[in-house]
Design a protein around this ligand. Structure first.
Ligand code: AHG
Ligand code: MN
Ligand code: MN
Length: 336
């Protein structure tokens, strides 16, 4: 039987093979993985650990914080503060950036995260996760929010950990996508899939259909055509899934293909979308592209969008390449 490859061994071998992982980045990824292991334990305890329910506070986006949003945020901050690999961190749950305190050495990387994705699913025991993105700090002394405002194409690592029936860490450092399953007896992440590939075509879409009346024409057209099935222009029946945890929906797409959309809609017309560019859309878009899929806001590749603020929102269409391209084509055709 082939030996199990731990995340540590995978990272060491990647570092040796092509030098895409400098040692500080390797340490960073190990620390993020350790934090995810700790979050996974809290998630698993559920009501027994007193981690369910709301915390009684709101984040900068005006969303009610769940206890686990705060627990996961604290775990990630504490784990990553002292290792010397980071200059600063940013999170969905913190308005400003968190600069590494002076008592610790400062490193050359910036870490962004959505500590707990899918908060509405925590209390109902449905898959949730952590999403992260790593950037290099630009040259110069000190660190500011401006340093974080880099397009997704500049990421040096990105990934997520999904806390589902299994806890799975999914990672890219720009050399394809690898998946690691948490072995609870060993306490380590073990490589379970390499070179993940998303099929170019699909018969499965993911969108919150309850917002249909608020969508723009191109998205309506696409979904209408899917719903027409074999009787319509697509000539095939489609299936629908919507987990309401982006991590779980993207994990399904990386595993068996599909298209995921959280488009702009008329409920809050001044906002480009619901999902956040820097710590949700960018890391997921890079993973999807690294697995042969595509990611767009309908008009532009997500990874090319220059961010103007930390908590910027974006319209998201990602997954199987041919479906994303079709949706982009529908946007071009209507000029929206
Ligand atoms: P978060 O829990 O980090 O705020 O993110 C939730 C996001 C995303 O994971 C999911 O796809 C979407 O919100 C679900 O939104 P709806 O409840 O509007 O379907
Ligand atoms: Mn989220
Ligand atoms: Mn979140």
């Amino acid at each position: 039987m082939a030996p199990k490859i731990s995340l540590t061994r995978y990272l060491v071998e990647q570092q040796r093979a092509d030098g895409t992982i400098p040692s500080q980045l390797r340490l960073l990824l190990e620390v993020v993985a350790r934090a995810c292991k700790s979050i996974s334990l809290s998630v698993n305890k559920g009501a027994l650990g007193g981690v369910l329910g709301t915390a009684g506070s709101e984040n900068v986006q005006g969303e009610v914080q769940k206890k686990l949003d705060i627990i996961a945020n604290d775990v990630l901050i504490e784990a990553n503060e002292w290792g010397g690999h980071l200059a600063a961190m940013a999170s969905e749950e913190m308005e400003g950036i968190h600069v590494i305190p002076n008592r610790y050495p400062q490193g050359e990387f910036l870490l962004l995260f959505d500590p707990l994705d899918g908060s509405s699913n925590i209390d109902v025991n449905v898959s949730i996760g952590t999403i992260f993105s790593v950037l290099r700090k630009p040259e110069g002394t000190g660190v500011s929010e401006q340093d974080f405002l880099q397009a997704g194409a500049k990421q040096v690592a990105a990934g997520y950990c999904v806390y589902g029936p299994q806890t799975t860490l999914v990672l890219t450092v720009g050399a394809g996508v690898a998946m690691f399953t948490l072995d609870r007896e060993q306490g380590s992440f073990v490589l379970t899939q390499e070179n993940v590939q998303i099929p170019q075509d699909t018969k499965e879409f993911a969108i919150n259909m309850s917002n249909m009346r608020h969508w723009d024409a191109p998205v309506r057209r696409y979904i209408d055509e899917c719903l027409e099935g074999t009787e319509g222009v697509r000539g095939k029946d489609f299936n629908m899934r919507w987990i309401a945890s982006m991590v779980a929906d993207v994990h399904r797409i990386l595993t068996r293909g599909g298209v995921f959309m959280y488009p702009w809609d008329k409920r809050e017309p001044e906002k480009p979308g619901k999902l956040r560019l820097m710590y949700e859309a960018n890391p997921m878009s890079w993973l999807v592209e690294q697995a042969g899929g595509a990611a767009s806001n309908g008009r532009q590749r997500i990874l090319d969008i220059p961010p103007s603020k930390l908590h910027e929102r974006v319209s998201v269409i990602l997954g199987s390449k041919n479906e994303v391209e079709r949706l982009v084509g529908y946007h071009q055709a209507t000029g929206v």
